[in-house]
Design a protein around this ligand. Structure first.
Ligand SMILES: NC(=O)C1=CN([C@@H]2O[C@H](COP(=O)(O)OP(=O)(O)OC[C@H]3O[C@@H](n4cnc5c(N)ncnc54)[C@H](O)[C@@H]3O)[C@@H](O)[C@H]2O)[C@@H](O)CC1
Ligand SMILES: Nc1ncnc2c1ncn2[C@@H]1O[C@H](COP(=O)(O)OP(=O)(O)O)[C@@H](O)[C@H]1O
Ligand SMILES: [K+]
Length: 503
């Protein structure tokens, strides 16, 4: 399916496999890539008079020489500025010799107003910071504010992690090939890419499938088939019952946000489990959501036995104290009476972080609940310290490793939320919006995850769907959004999902 994300290494494998399978050889693929970029430039910049193409020594530069040749043929005034020379006998050398424009040294380049810059210095092969000459070009271009079209990736940005390795170009448009790379979706790469267009250059879906990539862009196509749609003969407990733990009187709102979101996402029944001290405040604010006193583990176990909730939400507003973490571990000890699934968020993460190993072992045991853990940046570093600190890992890789050690699906939140499963699958969310940077929006996300889990959706798919729906609801609501608006704003999102499923 067209939502795979390929690491630069997997892309290189796809390139060579495509050449083996045909019909295009390396030069054919390069010409297709150059043609796609040239066509997009002519479409996006009508009346274009002048283009400066910056070409590196590798195949990224090779694409640039093709673009230069085609735009010159189309009557555009094209200059080529080169860093290094392509390896003799290679595809890029052939592209350079087929290009009628004599390249000038990159050191002499300076951008002029009205020009469009084609950045074909480095792409997937970037392995170190830009040379001083290329870095100078990036700074001059940024200073002039002239538009940049990046070939594959803005030079200086890692395709693997989206991190700039020093100075980097910032593009208005990035044209990449076959599939996106992590660097197009992970920040700050995503911002530095501008608009990203994926061009088909003759690498078939069959070739991509053979590579066996297991990272995806999080789009509805990834989980739509698994989205829970109720049968006509359902009833509320079959739709799934969610229990949400509430905190002390001053922090009860978080649990209610999660509870409301679980109900809106389709859980048939939702109960807030509340300390005695918070019953009054919770009771004053809840109507369709049920309320139950739960001060002790025994009271919680009695609730599990009597009401058989499928899913529990543990964390929002509970407080970061170690006793909160101890309570969670005790609950997991009571295996067999544990629910089918859990969402651990916020203080549930912080309070357990110091006993993370014990927690992860508990999730590994047979009969343990399927678990989704939803850390933001700070919580991720608390719970997965050494993984978080490893600067060689991309956010995608960090989330994957965390999922593997925790035996849980990880939702590593932020502007570029990554969802990772212990089985190696991962997704990078593509519809995030800064409107979500508002207090309590994470509590709503854990509620949506729980609502979907309770309806029987598997943890990875539920987490992917929840992250996407959360952002879609925010976008739908628009500016002025606060967390309270999100559960209601799920309605149009759900209507669209149901319509796509023909329900
Ligand atoms: N036939 C193919 O394999 C295709 C490749 N394509 C293009 O090829 C690109 C990848 O080409 P390459 O693997 O040649 O890699 P690049 O052209 O990105 O880099 C070339 C070489 O420069 C060196 N290098 C890396 N970072 C450097 C730095 N900061 N300063 C100086 N030197 C540096 C490295 O040795 C690297 O291999 C893709 O991004 C894409 O644009 C497209 O033409 C589609 C087909
Ligand atoms: N700039 C942003 N762009 C997109 N999503 C964001 C951004 N900032 C925050 N979010 C999302 O908003 C939510 C915030 O959750 P969290 O940090 O737990 O906040 P809270 O604890 O206040 O609920 C997460 O889903 C996160 O991914
Ligand atoms: K580039």
């Amino acid at each position: 399916m067209p939502y795979e994300i390929l690491t630069p290494k997997e892309m290189a494998q796809a390139d060579s496999l495509a050449m083996k399978r045909g019909p295009f050889d390396g030069y054919g693929l390069m010409c297709n890539a150059g043609a796609a970029i040239a066509a997009l430039i002519l479409e996006r910049f009508p009346g274009l008079a002048r283009v400066d193409v910056l070409c590196g020594p590798g195949n990224n530069g090779g694409d640039g020489y093709v673009v230069a040749r085609l735009l010159a043929q189309a009557g555009v005034d094209v200059s080529v500025w080169a860093e290094g020379t392509p390896r003799a006998g290679g595809d890029a050398a052939r592209a350079a010799s087929d290009c009628p424009i004599v390249p000038r040294p990159l050191a002499e380049f300076s951008p002029v107003p009205g020009s469009v810059i084609v950045d074909a210095l480095y792409g997937a092969g970037l392995s170190k910071p830009l040379s001083s000459m290329a870095a100078r070009a990036a700074r001059l271009v940024a200073g002039q504010g002239v538009p940049v079209v990046a070939v594959d990736l803005p030079s200086g940005v890692s395709g693997e992690s989206g991190q700039p390795l020093g100075d980097a170009f910032a593009a208005a448009l990035t044209v990449t090939f076959a599939r996106k790379k992590p660097g197009h979706l992970l920040q700050p790469g995503r911002r530095l890419c501008g608009d990203v267009v994926v061009a088909n250059i003759g690498i078939t879906d069959a070739v991509i499938a053979e590579i066996g990539a297991c990272a995806f862009e999080n789009a509805p196509e990834l989980w739509l088939e698994d989205f829970p749609i109720s049968h006509v003969d359902t009833y509320k407990y079959r739709r799934g019952h969610v229990g949400v733990f509430s905190g002390e009187p001053s922090t009860t709102g978080a649990a209610r946000l999660a509870a409301m979101a679980a109900a809106r996402s389709g859980a048939g029944a939702v109960t807030v489990l509340s300390p005695t001290r918070s019953l009054a405040v919770n009771g004053a604010h809840l109507t369709s959501i049920m309320l139950r006193k739960a001060d002790t583990l025994d009271e919680v176990l009695a609730f599990l036995d009597a009401r058989k909730p499928k899913t529990l939400v543990f964390g929002p507003g509970l407080g970061p104290e170690p006793e909160v973490g101890n309570f969670l571990l005790d609950l997991l000890e009571a295996i067999g009476r544990a629910p089918e699934s859990m969402v651990i968020d916020a203080d549930g993460i912080t309070s357990t972080a110091l006993q993370a190993e014990t927690f992860f072992r508990a999730l590994e045991r047979q009969g343990a609940p399927q678990t989704i853990i939803t850390p933001h940046e700070g919580e991720f570093h608390r719970m997965f310290k050494s993984i978080g600190e490893d600067s060689n890992l991309s956010k995608l890789e960090k989330a994957r490793r965390a999922a593997a050690v925790a035996n849980a699906v990880i939702v590593y939140k932020g502007p570029d939320t990554v969802i990772a499963s212990p089985d190696g699958r991962a997704a990078i969310n593509e519809n995030g919006t800064p409107l979500l940077a508002t207090a309590g929006s994470g509590d709503v996300l854990s509620g949506i995850c729980a609502g979907l889990l309770a309806q029987g959706m598997a943890a990875f798919e539920a987490a992917c769907a929840a992250v996407w729906m959360h952002a879609a609801a925010a976008t739908h609501f628009g500016p002025g959004l606060i967390a309270e608006d999100l559960p209601e704003a799920l309605r149009p999102v759900l209507r669209d999902i149901f319509a796509r499923r023909g329900a």
